[in-house]
Design a protein. Structure first.
Length: 406
């Protein structure tokens, strides 16, 4: 019978893969249409109502695209909607949040040295904060500030900085970055679900009924789409960050996250300017590089990595196991040369993924990863450089499964 931990790890992998696939589809279509919109050209002789056109070549053929700023005079026979890419990305992302961070709240979500709360409370805080993001953003867009894109984005940035700091006061560093990404991605997805698509449906309904559509619906949808365009790259960074402890597990992690938003905006500004044929602002890359150097400095100078020091109830069971002394000797002898506060292995300067395995508590709290990475699989150590024997791997399996047995 398949062990539950193995099944759960594969389930996480499958959902993560699906999330990446749907994310590629959404980001790809978003970037394409923003570039297309910025590259439209006007010329005499365009059909009535057409705002501009673009000729493109791809895949051995030519494409002739025309955009109607409000709507064509009549409803076309065929209309392709772009919405499920956004919906699927959010749904798979939320599923991944549930599988990894909610189901594994004691390990991945809660840092009892930051905020000592139960798993249900931590999950409640997570859900409430993500919903709050959309509510605040939507109210801002509908307020007088919504009429000025620059002011609105500056206020939104201030909110994101506050949330970056706030999340580090609630969760583990890893979870804080993930939640800031989810906070932002929810705004983006809700823009599509709550504003862009409904507005487009109003325009389509007017066309079908023979009414002239109100141009305000298209203008609002375009503004929300532009916001999504500038928020995309920081979200990608935040979603990838859980593999890089120097980003999420340092003293100034919230400052790092805040700077990443600026870097993402600078990069998008470059491409948007080029696509609009308004110049070649290469200064944005220099500014982004300088900010990234500051990020590197922030991650390495403070030397204060976060980490759990209290053992959970599950961890106590692993320590109490009769196999634990032997497993501890294996881990200290085969793994701790890299997974240490000061790694001894040549070329390793920081413990991989910030996993330090030098104490009983740390070994117990990372029992699942040890079991999957060095027991059930041979992923660790890489290339089996420390010569873990089959007997030692079998012992790790017996230790984990024995402690987990009812």
């Amino acid at each position: 019978m398949m062990d539950f931990a193995i099944f759960w790890d594969w389930l996480s992998f499958a959902i993560r893969w699906l999330h990446v696939v749907t994310g590629i589809a959404w980001i790809g279509s978003s970037f394409y249409f923003v570039a297309l919109d910025l590259g439209l050209r006007q010329r005499p002789g365009l059909p009535a109502g057409a705002h501009g056109e673009e000729w493109q070549v791809h895949g051995g053929g030519f494409y002739h695209i025309q955009k109607y700023l409000v709507a064509p005079a009549e409803m076309p026979d065929h209309l392709t909607w772009f919405k499920w890419e956004a919906y699927s990305t959010w749904l798979t992302g939320f599923a991944l949040l549930c599988v990894v961070y909610y189901a594994g709240a004691d390990l991945f979500l809660i840092d009892r040295n930051v905020l000592d709360v139960s798993a249900p409370v931590a999950i409640g805080l997570s859900l409430a904060s993500i919903a709050l993001g959309w509510i605040l953003y939507d109210l801002l867009c509908k307020s007088p500030l919504g009429g000025n894109d620059t002011t609105l984005m500056l206020v939104l940035y201030a909110i994101l900085v506050a949330m970056a700091w706030g999340y580090t006061q609630l969760f583990t560093g890893r979870a804080a970055f993930l939640h800031l990404g989810a906070f932002t991605a929810t705004i983006m997805s809700a823009n599509v679900f709550m504003v862009i698509i409904p507005n487009q449906k109003i325009v389509v309904a007017d066309l079908i009924a023979g009414r002239k559509p109100d141009p305000k619906y298209g203008k609002i949808a375009k503004t929300r789409s532009l916001h999504n365009n500038y928020l995309t790259l920081p979200v990608v960074f935040l979603m990838l960050s859980n593999h890089y402890p120097l980003a999420f597990a340092t003293e100034y992690n919230w400052v790092i996250a805040s700077i990443i938003f600026i870097i993402g905006v600078l990069i998008r500004h470059y491409f948007n300017t080029v696509h609009a044929r308004k110049g070649n602002p290469t200064w944005t890359w220099l500014a982004a590089a300088v900010l990234f150097v500051i990020v590197i400095w922030l991650s390495t100078v403070p030397k204060a990595l976060t980490g759990d020091t209290k053992v959970s109830a599950a961890g106590e069971a692993f320590i109490a196991s009769s196999h634990f002394p032997a497993v501890r000797d294996t881990v200290l002898g085969r793994c701790a040369m890299c997974h240490a506060a000061e790694p001894a292995y040549e070329g390793i300067y920081h413990a991989p993924k910030n996993v330090v395995l030098e104490t009983d508590t740390a070994i117990a709290e990372h029992a699942r990863e040890i079991y999957l990475q060095a027991g059930r699989s041979h992923a660790m150590p890489p290339g089996n450089v420390t010569f873990v024997t089959p007997e030692e791997r079998a012992l790790i399996v017996a230790w984990y499964e024995g402690a987990r047995a009812p």
